[in-house]
Design a protein around this ligand. Structure first.
Ligand code: CUA
Length: 315
C-alpha cells in the first residue's frame, strides 16, 4: 500500500497536509474504481465466452432477477455512503486551519484575467506570483473583482472559488520549499486559460528579504529615457489603472507594477518578464491577450521604448 501511494505521489505532487488528505481520498476512490472495473471487465469476457452463439436457434430468454437488482442497488449505496463519510471527514480536517477570518494573512482578488495578491499585515501588494514562508499556516481570504474564478494549486491542497460579493476563506501551508504551479479552475471568459498561478515557497530569510524588497519604493534611474517613461506613465493615463509606489499612480484596476521586473512572468503566467515581451504587450495588448482590459495607447516608437525602459526596470 505504501509503495503504491509513493508511486502516485510522484504523479500528484503534494507539499502540504491538505494535499495529502485530498490525494489519499483520490487513491481510495481510484483503487476501488479499479477493482470494480476489473470485475466488470472479467464478467464481460466470461459472458462473451460462455454465452457466445453456439447455434442458429434463438437462445433461452430470461427477464428480471430480483436478487441481483437488490444486490446492485444496496452495494453501490453502501459504497457511496462510505465515501461520503470519508469526504466529509477530509473536508472537516482541511478546514480546521482557518483560524482568524477577521485578519487574513493574504487576500487574493481574482480578476479577468489575473490575480491581485495582498498581504495586509505586511503592507505588500503584488500580482499572480504568491510568495509564502515555508511551514507557516496562513489564512487566505479570496474575493472576486468581476466573475466567478477558482484558485487552484494542487500541491498546496484544496481549490477555492472566488465569488463576487461573497468572500471565501481557506488556509495555505507548505512543508517544502519550491515553486508550485496552479491555474484558475472556473471558466471565466476568453483568457481563462491564461490565468496561471505560481507559488514560491521560501525559507524564512528569503521570504523576509522578498517582503523587504517589495516594500521599498523603486528608485528611478536618472537616464533621460527612464525619466521620459516615468512621465509618460502618468500622462498616458496608465496611472488610472495601475499602482507604482512613490508616484501618483495608485489604482488597482490593473496589476500593481511597483516591482514588476522582480516577477518571473507577466500577464498571469503567459510569458516571461522581458523587455521584448513588454514591448509586444504595450504596442498591441489585444493581439497578445485579447479581451484583457488593457487598451491600446497607440504609442510611438520612442514612447514605447521609454515606457519599456521605465517599467522594465521596476525591480
Ligand atoms: Cu479566472 Cu478562469
Amino acid at each position: 500500500m505504501k509503495e503504491i501511494i509513493e508511486f502516485f505521489n510522484q504523479l500528484v505532487p503534494s507539499s502540504s497536509s491538505q494535499a495529502d488528505i485530498i490525494n489519499t481520498i483520490f487513491y481510495q476512490f481510484l483503487i476501488l474504481a479499479g477493482f470494480i472495473f476489473l470485475i466488470v471487465a472479467l464478467l464481460l469476457f466470461v459472458g462473451i465466452y460462455r454465452y457466445r452463439a453456439k447455434s442458429e436457434d434463438e437462445p433461452k430468454q430470461s427477464f428480471g432477477n430480483r436478487k441481483l437488482e437488490i444486490f446492485w442497488t444496496i452495494v453501490p449505496m453502501l459504497l457511496l455512503t462510505f465515501f461520503f463519510y470519508l469526504t466529509v471527514q477530509a473536508m472537516i480536517e482541511i478546514n480546521t486551519g482557518i483560524n482568524d477570518r477577521e485578519n487574513p494573512d493574504i487576500i487574493i482578488i481574482a480578476k479577468q484575467w489575473w490575480w491581485e495578491i495582498q498581504y495586509p499585515k505586511l503592507n505588500v501588494t503584488t500580482a499572480n506570483e504568491l510568495h509564502i514562508p515555508v511551514d507557516k499556516n496562513l489564512v487566505v481570504k479570496i474575493e472576486s473583482g468581476d466573475v466567478i474564478h477558482d484558485w487552484s494549486v494542487p500541491a498546496l491542497g484544496r481549490k477555492i472559488d472566488a465569488i463576487p460579493g461573497r468572500p471565501n476563506f481557506t488556509h495555505i501551508e507548505s512543508s517544502d520549499i519550491g515553486v508550485y504551479y496552479g491555474a484558475c479552475n472556473e471558466y471565466c471568459g476568453t483568457q481563462h486559460a491564461w490565468m496561471r498561478i505560481a507559488v514560491f515557497v521560501e525559507g524564512k530569510d528569503d521570504f523576509n528579504k522578498w517582503v523587504k524588497a517589495q516594500r521599498e519604493i523603486p528608485v528611478l534611474p536618472n537616464d533621460s529615457l527612464s525619466i521620459l517613461g516615468a512621465k509618460l506613465f502618468q500622462e498616458k493615463t496608465c496611472s488610472n489603472c495601475h499602482t507604482i509606489s512613490g508616484t501618483p499612480a495608485n489604482s488597482n484596476i490593473g496589476p500593481n507594477l511597483t516591482h514588476f521586473a522582480s516577477r518571473k512572468m507577466m500577464l498571469s503566467g503567459m510569458m516571461p518578464v522581458s523587455d521584448v515581451n513588454l514591448k509586444k504587450w504595450l504596442s498591441d495588448p489585444q493581439k497578445v491577450k485579447s479581451g484583457a482590459h488593457m487598451p491600446n495607447f497607440r504609442l510611438s516608437k520612442k514612447e514605447l521604448n521609454a515606457l519599456v525602459e521605465y517599467i522594465g526596470k521596476l525591480k
